[in-house]
Design a protein around this ligand. Sequence first.
Ligand SMILES: NC(=O)c1ccc[n+]([C@@H]2O[C@H](COP(=O)([O-])OP(=O)(O)OC[C@H]3O[C@@H](n4cnc5c(N)ncnc54)[C@H](OP(=O)(O)O)[C@@H]3O)[C@@H](O)[C@H]2O)c1
Length: 430
Amino acid sequence: MHNPLRIAVAGLGTVGSSVVRIIQNEKLSLFDKAGSDLVVSAVSARDKNRDRGVDLANIDWHDDAKNLIQDNIDILVEVIGGADGVAYDIVKAALGKGISVVTANKALLAVHGSELAQLAEQNNAHLKYEAAVAGAIPAIKAVREGLAANQITSIYGILNGTCNYILTQMRETGGSFNEILKEAQDKGYAEADPSFDIDGVDTAHKTALLAAAAFNMAPDFNHIPTRGIRHVTSTDICYAEDLGYKIKLLGVVRKTDLGIEQSVEPCLVDLNTPLAAIDGSLNAVYTESPFAHETLMVGRGAGGDPTASAVVADIIDIARGVHISPFGVPSEKWNDTPMADMDERMVASYIRLIVEDSPGVLADISGILRDENISIQSALQLSEITKGIVPLILITHTVKTKALKGALAKIEKLRSVKEQPFTMRIIEQE
Ligand SMILES: NC(=O)c1ccc[n+]([C@@H]2O[C@H](COP(=O)([O-])OP(=O)(O)OC[C@H]3O[C@@H](n4cnc5c(N)ncnc54)[C@H](OP(=O)(O)O)[C@@H]3O)[C@@H](O)[C@H]2O)c1
């Protein structure tokens, strides 16, 4: 590597300006760790006149980020965002020229990771993305490098701080989803358009990357069944708690007899397990593997400095000459274990039904469940919410997803059932 190592930063928003600041302010200690002087030599953003709280004197400014890709840079840091458009164009151009890339952009890699990793490989460039998953937590490094001796069996991730904050606040204040979301937006914890976060897309991007790094395979974002937290109610939070659980939006990756299972959905986790203790905007990644057994990493999943911390760590790795394939093994060795058919998955579930409070309703529902061989572990019929309408909470034993879906489709058609049934998976950890 050159000394100094010339870094171009594309995007000077929350993450990009923190990256520049850390590289400038920590110059001496970074030099000792990297073995090279790290220098931001060029930057790009849209508005040249905006104050970004960093010293941009002596740094080349480019209005067009494509002009960053020149022979005189060693590393491109891409922190613009978006799966396509300029981020994709410049990352592809850089890798094509053999320039190493560090990115925090989970959308880009979840969608184009396979193509970009192969391009990096062909051009002997690094493609690093620690900041894209769980911010400051070195989760990619942990599953890909620290646990490399193991064939990891499962990963459970709380990967979206906004969702974890909302679920925590709903539980602590009794507020509704909409009230807490509004409050989170007012405080700047949630985006004006929160759909990527609350509908689970952001978690699915990160889950695809964690799975790829841990299971040495191409990211497969498009096949991750994804549900967010929009339909979780305060009733669910209360009754989950009464039953001994907390609700968490989890990205789950597991190796099962059916293949590799990936999913994003609100789940019930036992109050006595480590993930249940991860509250507020914190992120966490929990792994199970044959030799290391259980590991748990907790930390800040977002914010300028926590995310930039991971970006700069990737830059240091490149400076040190640590060259690791983006998904742990060269592309010709990518794991081709099929994805599990999620309809065949065996899970225990929480079911919320909104039903008429009249004789025979429970018998009708039980009959349908019995016909599909679904056994119920417990049932709670709750006090009325409006005249004659009550929530009915059912907890199933472990059953095949297809059978549960079939039963719920029939239950939904009953005249006494007033809303679409809502289900959440119950995580059964050892
Ligand atoms: N924020 C976090 O906590 C966090 C955490 C983990 C990962 N990430 C990821 O990090 C990336 C950056 O996020 P961010 O929060 O820093 O975003 P941000 O604050 O919106 O910053 C985006 C930056 O990109 C610049 N930009 C937009 N379009 C551009 C273009 N066509 N050419 C050049 N520059 C352009 C913007 O310029 P102007 O400033 O001039 O508008 C802005 O400086 C995203 O992929 C995000 O998913 C963010």
